[in-house]
Design a binder for this molecule. Sequence first.
Ligand SMILES: [Zn+2]
Length: 133
Amino acid sequence: MRILGAGGCFDNRIYEVNQAAAWSLALLCFNEMGIAVKETDEAHFIIKGRLGEKNIQVAVEALDADSVQIFFDAQKDVLQVYSWTREDKEANKFYDIFEKKLTEYRAFILCPGCSAKVSSLAKFCPECGIALK
Ligand SMILES: [Zn+2]
């Protein structure tokens, strides 16, 4: 459910992917969006970062072994009490990139070295160690 606030946006979406994979995909999203990571809490699967004038926080909560809920929260330091501008472009971009990466993650390629099924995002084959890109 998306909540548009003063100078920010909170949203959560559910995905069918395990928590460890969702966590690494979320980190890739931060990287791709140019969000400066300030803190990663790997015990609780929370990433905190900074983009422009906004504090970004993403939490990856496991619902069960194969599904997660991803919370995205972007807020300015100082709340804008009166603003007609929608402040949800970071949330839209984050989920867009996340969904794109999830599709790539689900797509497998065959390793040219050992024919193992490997995520198309992998740079090296986890089975034989050959460089894939
Ligand atoms: Zn291989």
